[in-house]
Ligand binder design. Structure first.
Ligand SMILES: [Zn+2]
Ligand SMILES: [Zn+2]
Length: 211
C-alpha cells in the first residue's frame, strides 16, 4: 500500500487545492490512500471522504494541529480537535481511537522554525509515529527525524504536505495490510522527493502574505 499522509485543501489558508481535484489526482498517481490534514479543520477531509466512492481507495480524516510544542498530525478523527496543549491533543486522539504523529519535527526554513520543542524521547509514549519524510522539509532535517524514530523505536510516516497540485503524491508511507496495524507494529516505510515541495513552500508563503 502506498499512502500520502499529509495534504491540505483550500480550508487551509496556505493551500488552493479543491477536494475533488485532490481525489482525482491521488488516484491518477496510483496511491492507495490519502490523509487530508488541514490546519485546525476537518471539513475538507470530510468532503474528500464523501466524494470517494472507490472501496479500494482509503480517505483518512485527519487534522494538522499546531500545539504549544509544535505541529502534530492526527488520523482517523470523528470530530475536530480544538485543543492546543500537546498532551491534551494526544489524550483526545486516544479517546477518539485516532493516531497521532509528530509532523516534520526538525523542520527549519529561512523564514520559520517548525521544530518540535520537546525532546522526542519525552513524548514517545504519547504518539504513534514520527513523520520522517515530509516533502517540504530539507533532507538533513528529514534525516534527523528518521534517526530519532529508529533510535526511539517509533513508527515512521511520510507525506507530501501538499498545498498545490504538483505536490500531490510526492512522498509516501508504504506498508502491507492496514495502516493502523502497520503503525502499531512499526512496519511502515517511507519514500519521496522534496523537489516539488520546495517550490510549493515558497508559493504557500506568498499566498498567506497576499490573502
Ligand atoms: Zn506543519
Ligand atoms: Zn502541513
Amino acid at each position: 500500500m502506498k499512502y500520502d499522509l499529509h495534504m491540505h485543501t483550500f480550508y487551509s489558508k496556505c493551500s488552493n487545492l479543491k477536494p475533488q481535484t485532490i481525489l482525482k489526482l491521488a488516484k491518477k498517481k496510483k496511491l492507495d490512500g490519502i490523509a487530508i490534514t488541514d490546519h485546525h479543520e476537518i471539513k475538507g477531509a470530510l468532503e474528500v471522504k464523501k466524494l470517494n466512492k472507490d472501496k479500494g481507495f482509503e480517505v483518512i480524516v485527519g487534522e494538522e494541529i499546531s500545539t504549544n510544542y509544535g505541529d502534530v498530525l492526527v488520523y482517523y478523527l470523528n470530530k475536530k480537535i480544538d485543543k492546543i496543549d500537546f498532551y491534551e491533543v494526544s489524550e483526545e486522539a486516544k479517546r477518539q481511537n485516532a493516531l497521532i504523529t509528530i509532523a516534520h519535527p526538525f523542520r527549519t526554513t529561512l523564514v520559520h522554525n517548525h521544530r518540535f520543542k520537546l525532546p522526542l524521547e519525552k513524548v514517545k509514549h504519547n504518539i504513534d509515529a514520527i513523520e520522517c519524510f515530509n516533502a517540504r522539509t530539507l533532507p538533513g532535517d528529514n534525516k534527523k527525524a528518521n534517526e530519532a524514530a529508529e533510535k526511539l523505536k517509533v513508527a515512521k510516516t511520510g507525506g507530501s504536505d501538499s498545498h498545490f497540485l504538483f505536490e500531490i503524491g510526492t512522498a509516501h508511507t508504504i506498508f502491507e495490510g492496514s495502516l493502523r496495524t502497520a503503525l502499531k507494529r512499526k512496519q511502515t516505510k517511507i519514500a519521496g522527493t522534496i523537489m516539488f515541495g520546495a517550490f510549493g513552500g515558497v508559493l504557500s508563503y506568498l499566498r498567506k502574505k497576499i490573502f
